[in-house]
Design a protein around this ligand. Sequence first.
Ligand SMILES: [Zn+2]
Length: 237
Amino acid sequence: MPSAVEHRAAPDGTELVDRHWAVAGGAPWARLLIVHGLAKHSGRYEHVGDQFAGAGIDTVFGVILGTGVGGGIAIRGQILVGANAIAGEWGHNPLPWPTPDEIPGPPCYCGRSGCIESFLSGPGLAADHFRHCRESLSAPQIALTAESGDPHCRATLARYMDRLARGLASVINLIDPGVIVLGGGLSAISMLYEQVPRFWSRYIFSDRVVTPLLPPVHGDSSGVRGAAWLWRPEEEP
Ligand SMILES: [Zn+2]
């Protein structure tokens, strides 16, 4: 893992994980960064475990929404690696339940079209806004402008949240994690945590959905903290 030394010093957790993703193509240690950085090392996993222990919560799905989109799964504190070392790889599945105007979807660097990442990454959000409004705004600008009440940016964010809800609903239908933790630059959009669970209930095969959607305790730096943990495994609680 020689490149992790370079990335450990990166000041921005999102960038760190995204660069890992680009370099490593989803290697297991990249997911270590995501799941441990967002969920376990941050304390969120333990907190949630304490809070919901009586309900048997032991599975965490960690998501990075940044310049790229990635995911990882932890079960009882252990990273699920998988036979092909791609467990939790999520960003290059097709966007679930696509509407007619989402087919075939934007082209993705992986060679396919309509990948979750091509809709839910920061550049994907900006591109969607441009397709609908012919207005070039970055993802943070769209979020800020939506907060100020701009109807076009609010509509763009509504599309984004419905897509995120669909992407996460497919995860819930498959592994039904006890908690989903977001990270990356777009995890700073506070309305995601209230609105996305409202959107996702229509896609989840259950009448009652209790899955919490939570921000990283340490914000965007959680990936860095995860990296620090990775290099000091003796500190593993
Ligand atoms: Zn792709």
